[in-house]
Design a protein around this ligand. Sequence first.
Ligand SMILES: *Cc1c(COP(=O)(O)O)cnc(C)c1O
Length: 344
Amino acid sequence: MTIRYSDFRSDTVTRPTDRMRKAMAEAVVGDDVLGDDPTVLELERLAAQTMGKEAALFCPSGTMANSIAVKMWTNALEEVIVEERSHIYNMESTHMTFISGVTPRPVRSERGAMDPKDVAAAVRKPNVHTPQTTLICLENTHNNWGGAVIPLANFKAMRAVADEHGLKIHLDGARIFNASVASGVPVRAFADEVDSLQFCLSKGLSAPVGSVLVAGRERIEFGRRLRKALGGGMRQVGVLAAPGILALTEMVDRLKDDHIRAKTLARGISGLPGVTIDPAAVETDILIFGFDHPKITVPVMVTKMKEQGILALAVSGGIRMVTHKDVGDEDVERAIKAFKEILG
Ligand SMILES: *Cc1c(COP(=O)(O)O)cnc(C)c1O
């Protein structure tokens, strides 16, 4: 007998919908490196319009989109301000140094929102010893801060700091639609405060592959050359842009269901022995909670959950679970029941 798993490891595990698979099969395609795949052009037009920017670039992954963004805004011998727990700094295999030849300058934060005073204090003027700061990277929602929404006011404060010091801002908006749905702030309002942003189609929005980088036309044209140089130029890739279009047009509103389920899960397990979680702090689809039990270590707990059909990820000092389209109310109930059986 094969066990059915409720997969809470990440929203990246979402499968494309039936409508996405049909759109993939029927997509009109061209050669996107030659610039004539109509489905890619349509996705890029839609993404740029949604974000209120001039142009967009379809990329194979969020990591490549972020890599291109850093490279297109910086030169060697420069420095980039990053939040200390950010994905771009911790989870993207050092592309800032590897590809762009710039140093990241981590700044601490409160739940992912850096204090504008700390950012201003981290800006360096170049001299023979030190790099020049030229870019600030933001992240919304903030993955490693448990899907926290960075408020629009913080973006405006960052814009003021950037303008004062002549810096650009790139937003890693892998889950910007989650931030928008949870806060009621349109994605465009966040986009208005930054010079470029990338968002993922392949997470809660359920497309199989891809991220889109948006910015001004001239920077995106340069970004297109960088994408080719990094090996990200793809040919009949309308088959992947087609589900991306549906991700944007059909999959955004339902993110609110993921947020409700994440809260239900948090409420269901808070107070169990070893679990430290504040359900009020769960704002979107990601739960990261402390786990410290006298008899059960984190890896053992994750293994016991797997035996009960619940997949989660061990992180330092705790466990990470993410709700998404392919885990429904019954999966959340099942997870809560498994926690109670193991810990109760
Ligand atoms: C997933 C993610 C990315 C990019 O991920 P890829 O797996 O490269 O598509 C970037 N930033 C954040 C915050 C993410 O969660």
